[in-house]
Design a binder for this molecule. Structure first.
Ligand SMILES: Cc1ncc(COP(=O)(O)O)c(C=O)c1O
Length: 428
């Protein structure tokens, strides 16, 4: 057991209050203080914050649906019919008709047998991994998996192994080790092996090599969970996800999505087989022991899923992809190797899959704050992403694009980003 730090020591006289104050002061001293800034008005390409208006490059509302009139209208109608609250766990009486209809619509859209809706993506990850894995199992995660997947894997009490981001050889080594470990155990103590990845990574904006991962998990008889939080609505036929773009939906045991990003509502879901979903209804504690999502939110998400499958949905996706191409095309090549070495500035991972997330390495924590503040002075809101969201030396700006941005504003942002970065250092 590690020795207690001073705030944990039974002999310490530091009160809870003093402990919290000391820790926050320490975050501030390290440039890691966080703020909850009140935003006035809906999410959109412009943002009204603390009395000023900015071009908003910080939202995950990738398709501009968070304030879309069709979806707002459906939310209003749902409010009139069902009220605001669901009143109970979905297993008691909280599964109101909009939630049931949403689950059916999601299953049709995702071309799977069944889906289950949770209050958030975080709750979906937590409920699913803790229900499916226990001390006898092994979970293998990509190093850059989102905190909700990591927390869920830890809480499951499975043995955890991490592989370097998108590193297929390391994944194969972990799988081989897991198989060997299981084979050594008596049959009654053998568990299952699960692999957990994202399709588009939230902070780096790159994609996982899904076909190779599927091939490996099949070879080593593991199951696979793919978190499509940042791909849902954006890629694939009708925006069903990157896994659908690749045509691999039938070979992946668990697909996860969120409704708080491109769908413009909130909540999370799991898509998979009938038996998987039936089991989760019994054992996913974040679903069983939590009040069901508000009917208004379910109504809005349902309207978004429907809209994504129309021409309007297709147009929104095309607008977003045009903005992605515009931003990427406006970054000079010399700024396209950010992150190759510690302290580098510039765009991480250019090329490969074009996603709405651009990670712009800032060289240091202070550098990320300086860049972000400087862009804000010029009217662009691009948040600094710091530890613990990324590693201590991985501070960056995270530019997220929306279909609702106009391409010329995206070009202005690119020019300002490069100019501001150049005033701090030359590119790597
Ligand atoms: C990759 C990923 N998965 C899951 C989540 C959690 O989703 P939610 O915000 O719906 O809890 C996030 C949220 O940022 C995410 O980026």
């Amino acid at each position: 057991m590690s020795p207690p730090t001073d705030h944990m020591s039974p002999s310490s006289s530091l009160s809870l209050e003093a402990f919290c104050a000391r820790e926050v002061a320490s975050f501030e001293a390290q440039g890691l203080k966080r703020w909850m800034r009140p935003v006035v008005g809906p999410q959109g390409p412009r943002l009204s914050l603390e009395g000023k208006s900015y071009e908003n490059f910080s939202s995950n509302d990738y398709l501009g649906l968070a304030a879309h009139p069709t979806i707002q209208q459906r939310a209003r109608e749902t409010l009139d019919t069902y009220g605001t609250g669901s009143g109970a766990s979905p297993l008691i009486t909280g599964c109101l008709e909009p939630m049931r209809a949403l689950q059916i619509s999601l299953a049709q859209w995702k071309q799977c047998e069944a889906t289950l809706v949770f209050n958030s993506g975080y709750a979906a990850a937590l409920g699913t991994l803790t229900a499916l894995s226990g001390p006898q199992d092994i979970l293998i995660l990509d190093k850059l998996c989102h905190a909700c997947l990591i927390d869920a894997a830890r809480m499951s009490q499975a043995t955890l192994r991490v592989f370097a981001h998108n590193h297929l050889e390391q994944l194969e080594k972990r799988l081989a080790w897991a198989r060997e470990t299981m084979a050594k155990r008596p049959a009654s103590e053998r568990g299952r092996i699960g692999v957990v990845v994202e399709s588009v990574y939230s902070m780096d904006g790159d994609a996982a090599p899904i076909p190779s991962i599927v091939e490996l998990k099949d070879r080593y008889e593991a199951w696979l969970m793919v978190d499509e939080a940042h791909a849902t609505g954006i890629f694939g036929p009708h925006g069903a996800g990157w896994v659908h773009e690749l045509g691999m939906q039938d070979r992946i045991e668990i697909q996860m999505g969120t409704m708080g990003k491109a769908l413009g509502a909130s909540g999370g879901f799991i898509a998979g087989s009938f038996h998987l979903i039936e089991y989760l209804k019994h054992r996913a504690r974040s679903l069983v022991f939590s009040t069901a999502p508000s009917p208004v939110v379910c109504g809005a998400a349902l309207a978004a899923v429907e809209l994504l499958q129309t021409q309007e949905g297709q147009r929104q996706r095309e607008r977003l992809h045009l903005n992605i191409r515009t931003l990427q095309g406006a970054i000079p090549p010399k700024w396209q190797s950010g992150g190759a070495q510690d302290g580098d500035m510039g765009w991480l991972y250019p090329g490969e899959l074009a996603t709405p997330i651009m990670a712009w390495m800032a060289g240091s924590t202070q550098g990320s704050l300086d860049l972000s503040n400087s862009l804000a002075e010029h009217g662009f809101w691009v948040p600094a992403i710091r530890y613990p969201t990324v590693s201590r030396n991985g501070a960056r700006l995270r530019v997220s694009l929306s279909a609702a941005h106009s391409p010329h504003v995206v070009e202005d942002l690119a020019a300002r980003l490069v100019e501001t970065s150049a005033s701090y250092c030359s590119p790597s």
